[in-house]
Design a protein around this ligand. Structure first.
Ligand code: SAM
Length: 311
């Protein structure tokens, strides 16, 4: 587990304000203010630490005509810290059609519109997908200003393989649907990355351990880039036990190491099945063992029948 970081003494918002002073935003030579070409700009904002905003993001936000954002209060507060004051337009899943049309009108009129989410990269478990496709279909430029993202930040520091990974985003909140979603991803060869709410973390880890195996390596990254940032590493079984006992707060990314490529031998299957049949129905035991090992369901079913008869 990493220790909580000391609060940085560097005043990043003040640095940003100085950089955004009028002289800095003038193009060299003629003194005219810097103006980006018309279009939609997808701008990444920090996931916690205010220093994690790029120079390009600051200039785009400070010079655009309109900023579309999920929550005007959240984004207004964040922008004010950098000294940026711009017209804000709410854009979220519930008004995407109407707000999307308004945004398109602005772009049609030659304006520059930035889309931001409450934190991190727009569209990554955040609104914006219909807006991007509409703009692209209509032939307006869509430019990405990259930056902070919780999934990749967590992956880099997780200690789990980062050469291949699968971003899941949020799992369904209801247990049956969640279990189905986990099972469907059990044999993917890369590290799995999941966004999870603190109040569901313990249940989610318990389901992950039962479907993917208690021994699978995993990590829970919490409050990344913030004062109480921590990453706990261990097996799924250990992490499930830890978070059953511990009340947890803040923003969370769960990462699970890749499924092992090995196919289970008949002996492994027998042992796993015998264990599963102790407290599961035949159907559940077959399903779970087949997910866990990647063995064909028919093969596991035949074996389960034989074991039941022998019993
Ligand atoms: N667009 C964002 C991104 O690029 O990462 C993700 C937005 S999604 C609505 C919010 C979820 O991202 C949180 O519930 C949490 O799972 C994860 N998240 C965001 N910030 C985080 C942080 N600082 N530490 C850990 N997880 C974070």
């Amino acid at each position: 587990m990493s220790r909580a970081k000391e609060k940085t003494s560097c005043d990043y918002p003040r640095l940003a304000k100085e950089m955004l002073s009028n002289e800095m935003l003038e193009t060299s030579g003629n003194g005219a203010p810097c103006k980006l070409p018309s279009g939609l700009y997808l701008v990444a904002t920090p996931i916690g630490h205010l220093g994690d905003i790029t120079l390009r993001a600051l200039v785009t936000l400070a010079t655009c005509d309109l900023i579309a954002c999920e929550d005007t209060r959240v984004s207004g507060g964040m922008l004010a810290k950098y000294g940026i004051k711009k017209p804000l337009l709410p854009y979220h899943d519930h008004n995407a059609d109407a707000a999307g049309k308004k945004i398109l009108e602005h772009i049609k009129g030659g304006e520059t519109v930035a889309l931001i989410s409450d934190a991190g990269m727009p569209l990554i478990s955040d609104p914006g997908f219909p807006l991007v496709t509409t703009c692209q279909k209509a032939g307006y430029p869509v430019t990405v200003i990259p930056g902070a993202n919780a999934a990749l930040t967590a992956l880099s520091g997780s200690g789990l393989p980062a050469n291949e990974f699968h971003f899941v985003g949020f799992l369904p909140a209801k247990q049956a649907a969640r279990k189905q979603a986990i099972a469907a991803r059990a044999q993917l060869p890369g590290t799995l990355i999941i966004y999870e709410a603190p109040q569901r973390l313990a249940d989610c880890l318990t389901d992950l351990a039962s479907l993917l195996g208690k021994e699978r390596p995993a990590a829970v990254a919490r409050e990344l880039t913030k004062l109480f940032e921590e990453t706990k590493r261990g097996t799924l079984g250990d992490l499930a036990t830890t978070y059953e006992k511990e009340e947890v707060k803040g923003e969370i990314v769960v990462l699970i190491g890749p499924a092992e490529a090995k196919t289970a031998s008949t002996q492994d299957l027998e042992a796993l099945l015998k264990n599963a049949l102790k407290n599961q129905s035949l159907r559940d035991a077959v399903n779970n063992v087949s997910i866990l090992t990647g063995a064909k369901k028919s093969e596991v079913y035949d074996l389960a029948l034989r074991l039941s008869k022998e019993k």
